[in-house]
Design a protein around this ligand. Structure first.
Ligand code: THU
Length: 139
């Protein structure tokens, strides 16, 4: 996927917003703090963090929390989502989050930090391909 220099700057700023949101994470069970920042096509940013409760199913990933915030405030057209976690350099969204993202369009760019200080992006076709392969695995 080709990302223009201007977009790289936008995505780096999005990562910084996600990093700030990580500080508000509530993760007393996993101790794995995650921040996300969701960018709409009209340039609005919705930061969020993961929030855990004592039952796993009731917890929510940072990515889905950012979607919930944006959608509740009337936004459904998304361009990119940045995801940052505290314990590893990059984390890619889990299967449930990918399916959640796909519900609102497959042209979403996922941005994570890269080891060399730059950014890594997952193009929409790869998000969908890995979503499909996850669901097509038998046995
Ligand atoms: N988590 C996220 O918020 N996003 C991810 O992409 C990976 C996992 C959260 C869920 C849970 O609160 C904790 O990280 C450990 O899995």
């Amino acid at each position: 996927m080709t990302v223009t220099a201007q977009k790289i700057q936008t995505y780096k700023e999005l990562l910084e917003t996600a990093r700030a949101a990580l500080q508000r994470s509530y993760a007393p069970y996993s101790h794995y703090r995650v921040g996300a920042a969701l960018l709409t096509k009209d340039g609005k940013v919705f930061p969020a963090c993961n929030i855990e409760i004592c039952t796993w199913d009731g917890s929510i990933c940072a990515e889905r929390a950012s979607f919930a915030s944006a959608i509740a405030q009337g936004h459904r057209d998304f361009e990119a989502i940045a995801v940052v976690c505290e314990k590893t350099v990059g984390t890619w969204p889990c299967g449930v989050c990918r399916q959640f993202m796909a519900e609102f369009g497959i042209d979403l760019v996922v941005v994570v930090p890269a080891k060399d200080g730059s950014i890594a992006t997952l193009s929409p076709d790869r998000v969908v391909a890995s979503l499909l392969s996850a669901f097509c695995t038998s046995g």
